[in-house]
Design a protein around this ligand. Structure first.
Ligand SMILES: [Cu+2]
Length: 315
């Protein structure tokens, strides 16, 4: 009957079902009573309307019954909620980062993954960090949901108890691609988890270009692909050194995508708009990135074009 995939699901489902049943009884009861009064008290010939004022018995009833019902709802809800705030001391701690518009899971300093892979029956605590705006991490199958707020240390925990793949969503509107801010959580047996973790370690020893790391950690790759496909913005593939047609101050002109152009694009993204794209989608990174950092990114974009980089987007 309760089909959630974590230890916390039953408490949530019970509270939901309890409130649902009470609401259902009330909607049927109130509708039936309403129909009955309409028929029973409809205007008839020779009937005089009577005046009433006050009925202590009725008032006690309609105060007492709802009071008892909402206190019961509170109690059932509290029983489901209290365990959510008590993390077992042996819980595995993973940092979940939300940024426009992707999730990233940090297992330890250098071990990062786009997929949340977890061993079955092991409690896990997710520490929630936002790098930009408000997000909210929601895993419906586990019945867990918590806001991800910049500068605020939110967290949630659960013990997954069924093998499988479950969707992770963002449930706080966070801009254009909010609805695409999804990730996968994969619950596996302990041995499979250990194997995956070793692979993650091995992969992270392949040195990654600093520029690629920066592009990834600043969130540029949510809007710019590395493989030529069109996302919100133009792809970075083949960008460096190419001729760009841009619209600037109402006139169209052609510019070369050199270092200076890339710095301008990052600091003043709405001054020169690439033909075929909308303005005001990309915001200025003047406060967030130094020219030196953009230089490192540009270095990577140059390698991308010159084919020196065989490192794709990786994990
Ligand atoms: Cu979001």
């Amino acid at each position: 009957m309760f089909t959630g995939a974590s230890n916390l699901a039953e408490g949530v489902d019970k509270a939901f079902l309890f409130i649902f049943i009470i609401a259902f009884i009330f909607i049927i009861g109130i509708s039936a009573f309403m129909i009955w009064t309409v028929v029973h008290y409809s205007r008839k010939k020779g009937k005089e309307a009577k005046q009433f004022s006050g009925s202590t018995k009725l008032e006690l009833l309609w105060t007492g019954i709802p009071l008892i019902l909402v206190m019961l709802m509170f109690w059932v809800g509290w029983k489901g909620f209290a365990p959510m705030r008590k993390v077992p001391s042996d819980a595995m701690v993973i940092t979940a980062i939300g940024r426009m518009w992707e999730w990233e899971f940090i297992y330890s300093d250098s071990l990062r993954s786009r997929e949340l892979v977890l061993p079955i029956n092991k409690p896990v605590k997710l520490e929630l960090v936002s790098e930009d705006v408000n997000h909210s991490l929601f895993i419906p199958a586990f019945r867990v949901k918590e806001d991800v707020i910049p500068g605020y240390d939110n967290w949630l925990w659960f013990t997954p108890n069924y093998i499988g793949n479950y969707e992770i969503l963002c449930t706080e509107y966070c801009g254009l691609l909010h609805s695409a801010m999804v990730a996968n959580t994969r619950i596996v047996e302990q041995e499979e988890y250990d194997k995956w973790f070793e692979e993650l370690k091995a992969a992270s020893f392949v040195p990654e270009h600093e520029g690629l790391k920066l592009l990834r950690s600043t969130g540029c790759l949510a809007c710019h692909s590395l493989d030529g496909s069109r996302l919100v913005g133009p792809s970075f593939a083949g960008l460096y050194g190419s001729q760009r047609t841009v619209i600037s101050g109402g006139s169209t002109r052609t510019v070369t995508a050199d270092e200076a152009y890339i710095v301008r694009s990052v600091y003043e993204p709405n001054e020169e708009i690439v033909e075929g794209y909308a303005r005001n989608l990309m915001q200025s990174y003047r406060e967030l990135l130094t020219e030196e950092q953009i230089g490192i990114m540009t270095e990577y974009l140059r390698k991308l074009v010159e084919g020196e980089s065989d490192q794709g987007a990786g994990l």
